[in-house]
Design a protein around this ligand. Structure first.
Ligand code: NAP
Length: 497
């Protein structure tokens, strides 16, 4: 079954960094799928930009290679490859030099007043240059939009520099700060579960919710991103954006409507309600870790520092955290006293991203001890892999004999049941940019509020001067992360089904 799609208006999408990893692995496959589904009008164009001198044909060949894994043996997709590639062009440009920009702008403007999306899939160090040049060449008009990727800075001050630079060329309504976690099917489903059902919302507060867990675990190590990652670390790379955005989606009040600013206003209120983690309580509320050698993805892997040394000659030490666990509190009426446990890391036991809403236990059990324990309900939203939603319930063990209880998951993942292809987050988000719908993108004040909460944690870690706690690659992080939650009489969720 094919999901229903509504075609978007004709557009030109320019990918700065069109030969890079993100473009070839996510953006172009996402665009191809939308094209294959008939959502992209035939006269739309995608233009890759990078410094490498490539002809259109050479660029198409590179993209074709990148799409091979998406297409596989599906004849329908194979038939769409050639017409999709025909929509692609390439322009060699150095974002930091004026040369070639006039010709690039003339070529785009010759196509008239159409939607133009500029996707900045380059290092953030180039955002200022690119935006200034787009403005200088008149490419920032009303129908233009600019998409910027994380990291938006490494603290409040550097985020402000990026936002100012982009904001001097484009108005806020033209700027799409992407956090691809918000485009995931399960995150959309969280909105539907919460606000299109009467069942959950009355329970969605400190009277019934015991705590919330958000886990984003990766099995990969540094990959090729040593230069960036070692100056960032897990708190900046994952918590400031993805995990805090998920926390907002779980805990925000109902927006008045599913309109961009209504949703973003509610998320902003959450970010501003986060209790600050100060230098005094950072040691008790946060855990930093760094992986040592171990086993991951079925093989032996080196520790973080050795991996770093192999990628960056001369490196013998690093205090960068590859794991963070922390306990956050949302200081408002709805969530007072409900801890939000967040954890994320590299080289962990499993690749999994999930949100767990752990409800309180029933106030009193009427069952005999022989029935077994009455476990608390849990709603588990899995973002990856196998996106889906499970509601853990107590039921009677089926069959004759004495009444025994069982804790079982009710699988509420309907996309699979309907046989619908679950779109990748980038597919949905790219089409939202073309439509000019910023609901699932971060507004400037959200990014700023998130950094305002993160900055004091970074400062506290700086003054602590200790090193991240070691953990073995392939484990669930340092023991202190387990202690962080078990101290409160709770445990990290493990999906037993
Ligand atoms: P990448 O593989 O290093 O690609 C960078 C691209 O920028 C290349 O196409 C490069 O081509 C181009 N480039 C570099 N300098 C340029 C210049 N002066 N003028 C024009 N183009 C230039 O990086 P990436 O992994 O795709 O990441 C791109 C951005 O997305 C980064 O900000 C990253 O943090 C963010 N991001 C990436 C991922 C991911 O999965 N990869 C995920 C989330 C966010 P030339 O060298 O030929 O110019």
């Amino acid at each position: 079954m094919t999901a229903k799609t509504v075609p978007v208006e004709t557009f030109d999408l320019v990918i700065f960094g069109g030969t890079g990893d993100l473009a070839l692995r996510k953006l172009l496959p996402g665009l191809f799928r939308r094209y294959a589904d008939g959502q992209i009008p035939e006269d739309s164009r995608v233009v890759g930009v990078a410094r490498d001198t490539l002809s259109d044909a050479e660029y198409r060949a590179r993209v074709s290679e990148a799409l091979a894994a998406v297409i596989g043996n599906e004849p329908v997709l194979q038939a769409k490859l050639a017409p999709f590639l025909a929509r692609l062009g390439y322009h060699a440009l150095d974002a930091t030099k004026d040369e070639g920009w006039q010709g690039f702008a003339d070529e785009l403007l010759a196509h008239g007043d159409r939607i133009r999306v500029f996707y900045l899939s380059t290092s953030p160090g180039l955002f200022v240059d690119i935006c200034n040049r787009l403005r200088a060449h008149g490419l920032n008009g009303g129908k233009s939009r600019v998409v910027i990727e994380k990291p938006i800075g490494k603290d409040s001050a550097s985020a402000a520099v990026i936002n100012d630079a982009v904001g001097s060329a484009f108005s806020e309504s033209q700027i799409f700060r992407i956090d691809h976690y918000l485009g995931k099917e399960t995150v959309q489903n969280l909105m539907a579960l919460r606000f299109a059902n009467i069942l959950f919302e009355p329970l969605w507060n400190s009277n019934y919710v015991d705590h919330v867990q958000i886990t984003v675990a990766e099995t990969v190590g540094l990959e090729k991103r040593a230069g960036y990652y070692d100056t960032s670390g897990a708190l900046r790379d994952m918590v400031q954006n993805h995990l805090l955005q998920l926390l907002c989606m779980v805990s925000m009040e109902s927006p008045a409507a599913m309109r961009a600013d209504a949703v973003r206003d509610e998320k902003l209120k959450v970010l501003r309600s986060l209790r600050p983690i100060t230098a005094e309580d950072a040691a008790a509320l946060t855990v930093r870790g760094q992986y040592r050698a171990g086993a991951s993805n079925g093989g032996a892997v080196p520790g973080y520092v050795d991996e770093l040394a192999a990628l960056e000659a001369g490196r013998t030490d690093s205090r960068t955290e590859t794991f963070v666990a922390l306990k956050a509190e949302v200081d408002n009426w709805r969530w007072a006293g409900v801890p939000f446990y967040l954890r994320t890391g590299k080289r962990l036991a499993e690749r999994v991203s999930e949100i767990v809403i752990a409800f309180k236990p029933v106030p009193h059990s009427i069952f005999e001890q022989t029935a077994g324990p009455v476990m608390a309900n849990k709603l588990v939203l899995r973002l990856q892999p196998d996106e889906g939603v499970k509601l853990w319930l107590m039921i009677k063990d089926p069959g004759p004999g004495g009444l025994r209880l069982q804790h079982v998951p009710l699988d509420m993942s309907f996309a699979e049941a309907f046989g619908v292809h679950q779109p990748e987050a980038y597919e949905r988000l790219l089409m939202d940019v073309v439509r000019g719908n910023p609901t699932l993108f971060m507004r400037r004040d959200e990014v700023e509020a998130a950094w305002k909460w993160i900055d004091p944690i970074l400062a506290a870690w700086e003054t602590m001067r200790d090193s991240p706690r070691p953990y073995t690659a392939g484990s669930w992080g340092p023991g202190a992360a387990v202690a962080l939650i078990e101290r409160d009489g709770r445990t990290w969720h493990e999906d037993a089904a």
